[in-house]
Design a protein around this ligand. Structure first.
Ligand code: SAH
Length: 355
């Protein structure tokens, strides 16, 4: 495509590379390229299950709800949630599980992980019926969605593009000729700065916020990223658990970017009450993951205890996933429900002070 038409935007490149990657590769776990929270420890899904059931109780135990997971990967999180919810049969029996997944290959893995559970798959959240209260969960979903990058050059913002050098046989970054009109809305920054935005992420967030407002329920986003908008190139690739060049072998390595929770929060706040973003460490600790770890350790072998405690550290320690990963939630504005895990001290984005 680049040969025929010339350089494409970073978003176009990233979108196609990610799609090819999830269609072809086996990305997850110790033998893949990266490992995510649900596969580090069952406690992650257990905390999210507790979060859901608490809200469901606050909502007066609606008979049926739609439980929607975006980008479920191997299906571990939904499987852990459904397993944990056996303790609340009224919730579990009334929960209709919807998975939003574009990769046919990963849909198969999810079906295996969720054997025996009624699941409906969708290409887009827009296809999920909105007749019932919804709970929308997204873990490491938004980081995989395409971003545009803009670079300040000679006082003007230009879109960063990806070209291909036939002689050297490699992709390279370049910039679009024309000045970016939207650049006027970008924050002031010195030459050489890179500004990122993900219109797809904003559109999906807007859709979810409207859905939450319309039907009641809540949404929970967990991802790596920042709370305050900033500058810098965050496009990255992972291959066999190591950072790799995102311009090399597109589709052969995991390609992601930091999630801009500040902007997602601003978009969501137009329709819903936004909670957080707080750090994953603060959220999971407030949800009681420490107590859960203790409980699991009580009857465990020495080896299993070490495994539980190392999972706890990886999920919550500031130098592991505890600080880089953030958690944001939304609830309907008029709903008098308060999602657990968002202590007042950690509140950094709030639309109207009601949070
Ligand atoms: N939530 C999982 C997997 C994260 S990887 C975990 O935490 O382990 C990203 C997931 O999102 C994959 O399942 C990928 O196939 C899916 N995905 C990526 N882009 C998507 C899109 N535009 N629509 C739906 N699913 C998408």
């Amino acid at each position: 495509m680049i040969r025929a038409q010339g350089p494409v935007s970073v978003a176009e490149y990233m979108g196609r590379a990610a799609e090819a990657y999830y269609a072809r590769q086996h990305p997850f776990g110790t033998t893949g390229d990266f490992i995510t929270a649900p596969d580090i420890s069952q406690m992650f899904g257990e905390m999210i299950a507790a979060w859901l059931v608490d809200l469901w109780l606050q909502m007066g135990r609606p008979e049926a709800v739609r439980l929607v997971e975006l980008g479920p990967g191997m299906g571990t999180l939904s499987a852990d949630i459904m397993r944990t919810c056996k303790a609340w049969p009224a919730f579990r029996d009334g929960a209709r599980l919807h998975l939003v997944e574009t990769s046919a290959r990963l849909r198969e893995r999810q079906a295996e992980a969720l054997a025996g559970i009624n699941v409906t798959w969708h290409d887009s959240i827009a296809d999920v019926p909105d007749d019932l209260p919804c709970f929308v969960i997204a873990n490491e979903f938004f980081d995989a969605l395409p971003i545009h990058q803009f670079e300040k050059i000679g006082g003007a913002w230009r879109e960063r593009m990806v070209g291909y050098d036939d002689t050297a046989q490699r992709f390279f970054f370049t910039t679009a000729q024309g000045e970016e009109e939207a650049g006027q809305a970008f924050p002031a920054a010195p030459d050489g700065s890179i500004f990122e935005m993900s219109p797809v992420s904003l559109a999906i967030t807007d859709d979810i916020a409207q859905r939450v407002a319309r039907t009641g329920g809540a949404a929970l986003f967990i991802d790596y990223g920042h709370i305050k908008p900033g500058f810098g190139d965050t496009l990255q690739a992972l291959l066999k658990h190591a950072y790799a060049d995102p311009l090399e072998d597109p589709g052969g390595r995991d390609i992601t970017a930091h999630v801009d929770f500040g902007t997602l929060g601003t978009v969501a706040a137009q329709h819903a009450t936004v909670w957080g973003a707080v750090t994953q460490g603060a959220f999971l600790t407030a949800m009681g993951i420490g107590l859960r770890a203790q409980k699991l350790c009580e009857n465990a072998t020495e080896e299993r205890r070490e495994n539980i405690m190392s999972g706890l550290r990886r999920l919550t320690a500031p130098d592991q996933m505890g600080r880089l990963f953030k958690v944001m939630a939304m609830t309907a504005k008029e709903a008098i429900i308060e999602p657990a895990g968002f202590g007042a001290a950690d509140h950094e984005i709030s639309n109207d002070g009601s949070g």
